[in-house]
Design a protein around this ligand. Structure first.
Ligand SMILES: [Zn+2]
Length: 196
């Protein structure tokens, strides 16, 4: 269990990264941390990459009525000028931003912002996803969460794509992906002729 460091008496903020495969509970963990920050009187906001290049704003409302402002942004720099009065910044689906996100989170942390990023550590080929390897290297705190293998029930680290597409980004949920453990991922990937 992640224990939040105390932001009081610190000269700078810090960077937390929550990573894992699809269906591992990354976003739930991000929201859990943001809600706790809100309960302790910090201002919080969630950002995510816009899929349609348009900025839009909405609130995420959880079961207990907590509202967190959620904003979709076209590029990483957009986060900087929307966070002047925000103590704790959450960034969901962070793997879809380009490498500029690394500079942005470092700049926020230097300005005494607590930054919590959540994203896929690996793509469907088990390669580091976009800026994630660098974000994990730069982070002060890293949490890896795990899904359950949909084949055997073991702990799962990988997002297995059920379709034949070789594109890195294919949007979809349970229709396209399922979580798999190391053994179940490799067994069926070899069947499909993927060379390791
Ligand atoms: Zn398995």
């Amino acid at each position: 269990m992640f224990i939040e460091p105390n932001i009081k008496n610190r000269k700078s903020g810090w960077i937390e990264v929550v990573c894992g495969s699809m269906f591992s509970g990354k976003t739930e963990e991000l929201i859990r941390r943001l809600k706790r920050a809100q309960f302790s009187q910090h201002s919080v906001a969630i950002f995510k990459p816009a899929t349609d290049n348009r900025y839009h704003e909405s609130d995420i409302v959880s079961h207990d009525g907590v509202r967190i402002k959620s904003m979709a942004v076209a590029k990483a720099e957009d986060i900087l000028n929307k966070t002047e009065d925000i103590d704790v910044v959450g960034i969901d689906e962070v793997q879809f931003f380009d490498m500029d996100i690394v500079k942005v989170v470092q700049e926020l942390a230097l300005k005494q912002t607590r930054v919590i990023c959540a994203g896929l550590d690996m793509d469907f080929n088990k390669n580091g996803f976009g800026p994630m390897p660098e974000l994990l290297a730069q982070a002060d705190y890293v949490t890896k969460v795990h899904a359950i293998c949909s084949v055997c029930g073991d702990m799962a680290n990988y997002s297995y794509r059920k379709t034949a597409s070789k594109e890195t980004v294919v949007l979809g949920e349970k229709d396209v992906y399922e979580p798999r453990c190391r053994s179940c991922f490799e067994r069926d990937d070899k069947k499909q002729g993927v060379i390791f």
